[in-house]
Write a protein that binds this ligand. Structure first.
Ligand code: E4P
Length: 217
């Protein structure tokens, strides 16, 4: 399973990249706003910086909601760097636009996916990635990972090539469960990735080894 970082924060991207386990980055307008990136030129420049930092796919989201607008915006985003994947919302014009991008060699990531039916449409439109939003489904009182499991099953049965990119990750257990379910990619906040490191027995064991090592010095 590939590890993407779900952020527009350059310091966190640098930190994850230096760990050597980063395969890509996803962003969205909320994450951009959180970093104070303002204006179209600044947004485009921010994407360019991320592409130069990370050797992997970088999802850049359109904010248009009509077919022509999505196409124009997506073409500009795709022109920033070869690793840009145009992130398109799961709406009717979005599906139409994803098919257009597929036919014109531009890769897409379908965002805001909350059902198996939506995931089937993404695959039919030829999206490179489908992004089921695990944490937001959990927030609504259901189990988001069950949706990932269902999409994995459907895509296998149908031979769909779209990669399942588990999104809206809130904790390390989400990452573990998505890996178990067979997601191709998990996009997570840095905190959830670093959470995978932690185990009290590791800390206790290391303290003891270091203590005993003094006896051999
Ligand atoms: C996906 O690519 C989105 O950026 C993201 O995972 C949304 O997560 P949230 O529910 O934490 O906002």
């Amino acid at each position: 399973m590939k590890f993407f970082l779900d952020t527009a924060n350059l310091a966190q991207i640098k930190e994850a990249n230096e760990l050597g386990i980063l395969d890509g980055v996803t962003t969205n307008p909320s994450l951009m706003a959180k970093e104070g990136v303002k204006g179209q030129a600044a947004v485009m420049n921010h994407y360019k910086t991320i592409c130069e930092m990370v050797n992997g796919d970088i999802s850049a989201e359109v904010i248009s909601t009509d077919f022509n607008g999505i196409i124009e915006e997506g073409k500009k985003l795709a022109a920033i760097h070869k690793n840009i994947v145009v992130k398109v919302p799961m709406i009717k014009d979005g599906v139409k636009a994803m098919k257009w991008f597929t036919d014109h060699g531009i890769r897409t990531n379908c965002t805001l996916v909350f059902s198996a039916g939506q995931a089937i449409l993404c695959a039919k439109a030829g999206a490179a990635y489908v992004s089921p939003f695990i944490g937001r489904i959990d927030d609504s009182g259901w189990d988001g990972v069950l949706l990932v499991e269902q999409i994995v099953k459907i895509y296998k049965a149908q031979g769909f090539k779209t990669q399942i990119l588990a999104a809206s990750i809130r904790n390390p257990n989400h990452i573990i469960r998505c890996a178990e379910a067979g997601a191709h990619v998990c996009t997570s906040p840095l905190e959830s990735i670093l959470g995978l490191l932690k185990h009290p027995l590791t800390d206790i064991g290391l303290a003891k080894f270091l203590e005993d090592a003094k006896k051999t010095a």
